[in-house]
Design a protein around this ligand. Structure first.
Ligand code: IMP
Ligand code: MG
Length: 182
């Protein structure tokens, strides 16, 4: 093990996407979203994993001239181990979204079950355009018919932590995305 690597909760984390890399991508994604000229935009992060990405992205959107309001939705998916399974809605919001443009934000698009569940729910509530931003895309894991409109990085097929994402509730606070060092 590299002795210079700091231990966090007794583990060392290999950096996959640095704080600087993420900040650059966020700025570009915000510009891409601004180009869609969203109207009466509602930003909707899916908790918990996307909270840091969403906090950074909404401020980049502000710099790109996009105003928005924010609601949160919390989802859990129960499956075997780290696989995504049955989707449950843990926290909902009650504002009227009829005709509104929505930016749905998640940390990782993997099987796609989570984002498809939420997108379908928003459609039944009469949302206008629904845009999806995912920090990471594990395209090789896709099961549902869904893609993100805006992606930070395509992600290798590894379990990642940091920048909001956890392993057993730990590591969300890391300012970068990394992989637990074996
Ligand atoms: P899916 O697209 O429904 O399969 O699930 C995506 C969700 O699973 C994400 O919102 C994450 O919360 C979680 N997830 C998937 N891969 C990882 C990972 O590598 N680290 C942490 N959470 C992950
Ligand atoms: Mg999640």
């Amino acid at each position: 093990m590299d002795n210079n690597m700091p231990l966090i909760d007794g583990k060392s984390i290999d950096v996959l996407f640095s704080e600087q890399d993420i900040a650059k991508r966020n700025r570009i994604i915000a510009t891409e979203i601004a180009a869609k000229k969203p109207q009466n935009l509602l930003v909707l992060p899916i908790l918990k994993g996307s909270f840091i990405f969403a906090a950074d992205l909404i401020r980049e959107l502000h710099r790109a001239g996009v105003t928005s309001t924010v609601e949160f939705i919390a989802i859990s998916s129960y499956g075997a181990g780290q696989e995504s399974g049955e989707i449950r809605l843990l926290h909902d919001f009650d504002s009227d979204i009829t005709g509104r443009d929505i930016l749905l934000i998640d940390d990782i698009l993997e099987s796609g079950k989570t984002l498809k569940f939420v997108r379908d729910l928003l459609k039944t509530r009469g949302a206008g355009r629904i845009f999806i931003a995912a920090l990471l895309d594990k395209a090789m894991r896709r099961q549902a018919d869904i893609e993100a409109d805006f992606v930070g990085f395509s992600c290798p097929d590894q379990f990642v932590v940091g920048y909001g994402m956890d392993a057993g509730h730990a590591f969300r606070q890391l300012p970068f995305v990394g992989v637990i060092h074996k």
